[in-house]
Design a binder for this molecule. Sequence first.
Ligand code: ADP
Length: 618
Amino acid sequence: MIKEYESQMEKGPSVWHMTKRSLGYMLKIAWTEKKSVFFLYILKFFGAALSELKVLLLPKLLVDEIMAIKSGLPLEDHMQRILLYVGLTVGAELLSRFLGNTADSSLNWYSAYFDRVLQYRLCTKSMEMDFQYTEDPTVLDQQNKAKEGISWYSGGVIGVLRCFYEVVYNLVLLCSVVTLIAFYCPLLIPVQVLAMAAVCYYNVKNQKVNVEFFLKLAKSNRLFGYFFFDVPSYRHGMDTRLYDCAEMFGERGGDFAGEQIDLWHEQSLIQRKNTYKSNLANAIRDGVSYLYMGLRALKGIITVGDFTMCASAASRLYGSLMGIGGNLQDLTQKCSYAYQFLKYLEYPDALLKGEKPVKQEGEHTIVFDHVSFRYPRSEEDVLRDVNLTIRPGEHLSVVGLNGAGKTTMIKLLCRLYDVTEGRILLDGVDIREYDEAEYRRHFAVVFQDFKLFPFSLRENVEAGDCLRPADDAFFEETLKLSGLYEDAQKLPKGYDTTLFKGFDEDGTELSGGQQQKTAISRALYRSAPIVILDEPTAALDPLAEYDIYRKFDTLVGGKSAIYISHRLSSCKFCDHIAVFSDKTIKEYGTHDELVNLPGGIYAEMFAAQAKYYVDAVS
Ligand code: ADP
């Protein structure tokens, strides 16, 4: 499915397809979210039509009246009409501006509103797409194209609708002025059309250059964003300071900025030449048009009033033709940018999506059946032929050196990735056949690099189970179980204290230990039947880690549990131990069996670490 999608994208969809899809999408959002936007465009249309009448018709009427007076006709007869036309001009001006301004100011507000709607959809897609995409450079580039394409490149919903409105408006205007000119100065029409064709040709060339450079810039924009926005943020703050890498990052960021500036320069040189040529076509058009109309007026075929009207109509004809051409180009271009957003929203799933429900009640058996795995875009297997059974209620300790594949095994079990070979079974069913969200609800995991959110303590813990109705008693119980209860009472706003100061100056910075306890509370709040601790304690010393694991094991009680560590803190109280080495499980058994295995990896690790545990474990 992904291959099919990528090859489709490589060929590139037609401009017509992109325009149809993006315009349809924007019209649909406008219709479902705020129908009144269409009413605003109708107001805008009437305002603009009044303004055209004022420019085209009223000056002709006035000039003809003035010429009549000049030719000696009685002043009184014509003065009244002159005053009426002046009054109409003032009225049309006021009303057209009022309608236009009212519509525009509301549309500006709508633009901000729709921007949020689109950003929300983009953000939701990014959070819901398969996890492996979060580190896939192709997807990240596409995400950036979507983000930029939907914001200032296309102007979002209002940007696209505005272009569409302009096309419709200019079409109506064109029909009106063509009728007028065909009557008074028919040859003006081919002159305007030829000039417009030349100008359009150069504009299309320029717009192709725009799109070409937009795509070329996507990667350097993302890297630039990383260096200048991500790196200076709080998240990287400590590392950049401790390792004194500000200068290095500044240089790397400068390289990317330089790359961007070179590309922009190249773009502007190409576009400037095309603009000069289109200016020349405009100048020739003006000369020929005025010559033709002047000759007709001199010959008396048209009046002086007709001359002024035709001059305005010719400029409006050209304006509307150019408008349609330009607006169509603008519309297709904006739609091509916006299409990057649709392309991102439609990015196909990487993982198979099953629909089977998971057994809700009772205990669960997990089986790894000849599982091998290599990360996407990687050349080498990380796990090879892993076989393992975790029986209901069993507590398993997974040990091995750093990089042995322990976390990868958990990621596979949680379906963050799918196995490359073999299968993982839950209660005898391949986990790829289960409904993904329902399957994941059966796991409560605390990863080594768990993340807390800049929300309140309560929200952080309750995020463990968003489907559970607010349950204060259970929430407090999880705090007590994890050992955070006492500390939580001392927070400035109690459970409603915001974690971290980035979003709330009254927020609090929890200590490393308190953060771990919060993450453990969150896992307990989930009350899932299978619990996993993946070294969330790696920063602690071995004895403190041992203490947390042992306490946690008591909390978990009769549920299935997997504890991961490259230290041996959890091994003594677990039913079984799986020792990972060389991409597979090399040893499996109880602590007593493995510790006595002559020349065994576990026995060797235990001997090396024994000094930490001699008192605690025995
Ligand atoms: P452990 O948990 O035992 O320390 P991991 O499962 O984290 O080991 O990693 C196993 C191997 O997989 C390591 O060689 C690591 O570099 C590699 N690895 C981990 N994550 C990725 C990834 N996202 N892409 C490619 N390789 C990865």
